[in-house]
Design a protein around this ligand. Structure first.
Ligand code: GLC
Length: 425
């Protein structure tokens, strides 16, 4: 371990020394705010320990709700108030344009390490030429499926949503007939929050219905392919997916899946390592595939996710905070996170790392999936992304709840988005 962490720690220790301009470095308590899923809180403690030992500082994680939407609302309040209580924020890939003004520009300090990361990820965290957050992991979802159940029922891994619908229903019916009363065909994230935006973007895009707002700013969501996508999904609620799926976030879906009660699940790679844990009912029984397509010429669509670390401009411990950010973004820390949390690294060379591939085979397999992943329209909608996304997930949630048809709700959404754009996003 000590050898593995040495290079990042030398950098961290050097930064801490520089901060004290040669004087003995005072020990600071650094506050790091982050949402967490799975074993992230526990692992974070282990992850920062070597940095704490090398610098003499201590890190306190301030835990947030798991929903990125709830985190964003709180972060925005804290930052608008200029609070100095939080030194570092763990930020979702979509929030950089909206929060940039509150974060320290890391362009200079990270100039030697930035080229080690995938350029598109560095770009996503660069606002007006300033690198406002350092990437710590990237994300692209998978279709998790039960190998044992597909094999038992002679069902192939579905490559279209239509095939998935039939496969899920067939296996659910057959297993329930054998007494597995709690088994569901497909679980995903249907709660009214950012996660539904991710799921619905995948359905719409993979049906050839565009990406809500296109990279050039054109609002494209009101179209027949998007309508067809949402009507298909509506047909799942109460048949292959429980009604409760409309309240599920990532962890609720994983809960059903990991207790052995789902045939298929849409989730991010963090669920891979946990699903193979000793306490998992599905350990060794599942594999992952790219999400299905809408059929025809359409291709699979995975929403681009991912997390970064940003240093607050209002922090009283900026040097130590920058040192910690550099450490968390380093190859050493990303490797630990990849092995222990099956998070996808943002450092290119780690996709050839034999230890990572052995511990979490999904990681090298998922490089191409995330490289082709679809970004949410946070760049073209600038300061309004949260509002755009909230309007989108609300329209989708209403449709899936039977409150208006997809055609009605998307028509209304188009008008609302045009209004928002008209007032200048
Ligand atoms: C994952 C993704 C993040 C996304 C969130 C939605 O955490 O990494 O980008 O916003 O899921 O729930």
């Amino acid at each position: 371990m000590s050898i593995m962490f040495s290079r990042a720690l030398r950098t961290a220790a050097a930064a801490a020394l520089l901060a004290g301009a040669g004087a003995p470095v005072a020990a600071d308590e650094i506050f790091y705010v982050s949402g967490a899923v799975g074993n992230a809180v526990e692992n974070f403690k282990a992850l920062v320990k070597p940095w704490e030992e090398a610098t003499g500082h201590t890190v306190t994680m301030v835990p947030m709700p798991a929903s990125t939407t709830d985190q964003f609302a709180q972060y925005r309040l804290w930052l608008a108030a200029g609070t100095s209580d939080i030194d570092l924020f763990q930020t979702d890939v979509i929030w950089a344009p909206q929060l940039a003004e509150h974060f320290v520009d890391m362009t200079e300090i990270a100039k030697d390490v930035a080229p080690l990361h995938f350029p598109s990820i560095i770009e996503s965290q660069t606002v007006d030429g300033k690198l406002v957050a350092l990437p710590i992991f990237t994300d692209a979802p998978a279709l998790y499926y039960r190998k044992d159940l597909l094999e038992k029922h002679g069902v192939a891994v579905p490559t279209t949503w239509a095939d998935l619908t039939v496969a899920a229903q067939t296996i659910q019916d057959a297993e329930r007939a054998e007494g597995k009363a709690d088994l569901w065909g497909f679980v995903w994230q249907g709660n009214a929050y950012e996660g539904l935006t991710c799921n619905a973007l995948e359905w719409v895009k993979s049906f050839g219905g565009g990406q809500i707002v296109e990279p050039d700013g054109a609002i494209s969501i009101n179209n027949p392919n998007a309508v067809a996508a949402l009507e298909t999904v509506k047909g799942w609620v109460g048949t292959i997916s429980p009604d409760g799926v409309l309240a599920y976030q990532e962890e609720e879906a994983r809960g059903v899946w990991q207790t052995g009660n789902a045939v298929f699940m849409r989730n991010w790679p963090y669920a891979y390592g946990l699903g193979n844990g000793d306490d998992s009912a599905v350990k060794g029984l599942f594999d992952v595939a790219p999400l299905p397509t809408g059929g025809g010429d359409n291709s699979s669509a995975a929403t681009l996710g991912g997390w970064n670390v940003a240093v607050s401009k209002y922090s009283d411990n900026q040097e130590a905070a920058i040192s910690l950010a550099m450490y968390l973004a380093s190859a050493e820390a990303q490797k630990q996170r990849a092995i222990n949390e099956s998070n996808l690294p943002t450092i290119m060379s780690l996709y050839d790392d034999a230890d990572i591939a052995a511990a979490q085979p999904i990681i090298p397999r998922w490089k191409d999936v995330f490289l082709q992943a679809v970004p949410r329209p946070s760049a073209p909608t600038k300061g309004n992304y949260n509002e755009v996304s909230a309007k989108f997930w609300s329209a989708v949630h209403s449709t899936l709840s039977g409150d208006g048809t997809a055609a009605e709700n998307l028509e209304l959404l188009q008008v609302e988005l045009e209004d928002l754009k008209g007032s200048g996003w």
